[in-house]
Design a protein around this ligand. Structure first.
Ligand code: TNX
Length: 525
């Protein structure tokens, strides 16, 4: 119910935003992103007015009031089938549309959006939203007629937000969810912990967040999500058909935990030279016998911290954290990190990953880890995320794991576009918009074929990202190209996409996105 209400809110907000421009009559000439599977144009228009009747196959209490308050339009809302107006129809017979597909039929007097599942209604409405172009001078809002049939190529279409290196508020995360879901992405992976900050409340180990969350890269004040905040994010995402995948990065990238509890600290943890935190929060870690907690860390070097199996508290910590996280996560996945464990002995690393995999399974979830987990005894119960090593990624596939494709040279949203980009890193590559679009998950890595691949995910690491404008500047427009790689059928070309992206400018502006105006694209306004 809530989902459908949200859908109408954005739908009508779009109508309100309508202004300028002429009447488009060719549905196929629209600049829909991601590109739909098929579009058949019929060359006429549907005219949307304040008197348009909207019908749904669901009951709809109190909707009219909120819509009228928001828009000033007076839509009539009714249930049952329609001969005119707009009909949103969940059709249990429409098996051919799958769990996320939809069919949008626009005729001069009637629009019918059909789907087998509610997610399809959501995605179809995102398409409709992009089709409502700003109105002509006489204030008509017209939509070109025709039929769109659409469903995704890959099941997993995601982005990752690193809330550890810099902390982002619940409102910032919701905004990100609004944007990725509009482009039909269905996964938000939250990188919740790293050397620089622990961002999720764990009730049985309260100092993790209370102390480990008190700073961030550069020494700012950091922050963390209470479990109530986290549940709020999960629910907000679910209403937009986005699954939250939480990541606790272990056994390395773990200094924030070692700073919170001396009982986890390996007494010989060695800090890199730069960025050691020396402020007052340092004294608040919990001392265990003679082993002191580490200092909090605000630099950006990686791979130097580790959990240790020689510490009796370590497995208790792992069990408690995974249990609490599983309890507040309705989605089927838990991400255990597993990357860049440069100071963990290989044999111990393998024992850790094997243990994580058992504990995650015992808590009813499926384990995801970065591709290095291929070194452990993984099988088809695990999912590996490819980022840098084709050998590890291919080994994971050979062991039966499904693969999420996040090749850092293509889809690391924290990479600078070019050497002049004001924020971002460039260790993997400079990634212009064409580079980030021009690749095919199914042929990228030798040994990984279409059937191994769950889908694509674009990570946004936040060492240099401090606020919402920064997030949007690095993510857009590359993220929407990745969304298209995940959703649209094979046979995409940059030459065709670049024109569509240019024509999409007014829509990005309408969404208020702070996007990078790449010189590779002819932006329309
Ligand atoms: C590599 S990708 C990392 C992260 C950094 C990122 C910066 C991966 C699994 N590890 O710890 O934030 O590079 O681009």
């Amino acid at each position: 119910m809530k989902n459908l209400r949200f859908l109408f809110l954005i739908f009508t907000a779009c109508i309100v935003a309508a202004c300028k421009q002429g009447e488009p009559t060719n549905l196929a000439a629209g600049s829909i992103i991601p590109k739909p599977v098929s579009i058949t144009a019929t060359g006429k228009v549907f005219e949307l007015t304040a008197g348009t009747v909207i019908r749904t196959t669901h009951a709809w209490p109190a909707l009219v009031d909120s819509l009228e308050a928001l828009t000033g339009f007076t839509f009539k809302l009714e249930t049952g089938s329609a001969t005119s107006g707009i009909l949103f129809e969940l059709d249990s017979a429409a098996n051919e549309l799958g769990s996320e597909g939809y069919e949008l039929t626009i005729e001069p007097k009637k629009i019918v959006l059909r789907a087998h599942h509610a997610a399809g209604i959501f995605y179809g409405s995102q398409t409709l939203l992009q089709l409502i172009k700003p109105a002509s001078a006489n204030q008509k809002v017209t939509i070109p007629t025709g039929v769109i049939k659409d469903f995704p190529n890959y099941a997993w279409r995601g982005s990752m937000l690193d809330v550890s290196r810099h902390f982002f508020s619940v409102a910032d995360v919701k905004r990100y969810i609004d944007l990725i879901s509009h482009y039909k992405m269905n996964v938000l992976h939250l990188h919740l912990t790293d050397d620089q900050g622990w961002r999720i409340e764990i009730k049985s180990w309260p100092n993790l967040a209370q102390h480990g969350g008190t700073t961030q890269v550069g020494g700012g004040k950091g922050g963390f999500y209470t479990q109530a905040h986290y549940k709020e994010i999960v629910a907000y995402a679910a209403a937009r058909y986005v699954t939250i995948v939480p990541e606790i990065d272990m056994p390395s990238h773990i200094n924030a935990a070692l700073a919170a509890y001396g009982s986890l600290n390996n007494s010989d943890t060695k800090f890199p030279k730069d960025g050691m935190y020396t402020g007052p929060a340092e004294t608040r870690g919990i001392v265990d016998g003679k082993i002191k907690p580490t200092n909090l860390y605000t630099g950006i070097e990686v791979g130097w911290s580790t959990l240790s199996l020689s510490k009796p508290a370590t497995l208790q910590f792992v069990n408690d954290v995974i249990r609490e996280l599983a309890e507040i996560t309705p989605g089927p996945y838990l991400h255990i990190g597993g990357d860049e464990a440069h100071v963990t002995k290989k044999e111990e690393y393998i024992r850790f990953i094997n243990h994580f995999s058992e504990i995650v399974k015992a808590n009813g979830k499926q384990m995801i880890g970065w591709e290095e987990i291929a070194q452990a005894a993984i099988d088809s119960n695990s999912i590996a995320q490819h980022w840098a090593s084709e050998e590890h990624a291919a080994e994971a596939a050979a062991k039966g794991a499904r693969i999420i494709m996040s090749p850092s040279k293509k889809v690391y949203l924290d990479m600078q576009y070019d050497s002049t980009t004001r924020i971002g890193l460039h260790w993997a590559a400079y990634i212009e918009v064409d580079e980030s679009y021009n690749w095919d998950p199914a042929t990228r890595v030798k040994g990984i074929t279409r059937q191994h691949i769950l889908g694509v995910e674009a990570p946004l690491w936040s060492e240099t990202v401090t606020n919402r404008a920064d997030i949007e500047y690095l993510a857009f427009p590359r993220l929407i190209g990745v969304a298209e790689i995940g959703w649209s059928p094979d046979g995409r070309t940059w030459d065709e996409y670049r024109v569509r992206l240019g024509n999409h400018t007014s829509h990005l502006n309408r969404l208020g996105v702070n996007f990078y105006r790449s010189p590779k694209v002819d932006w329309m306004d």
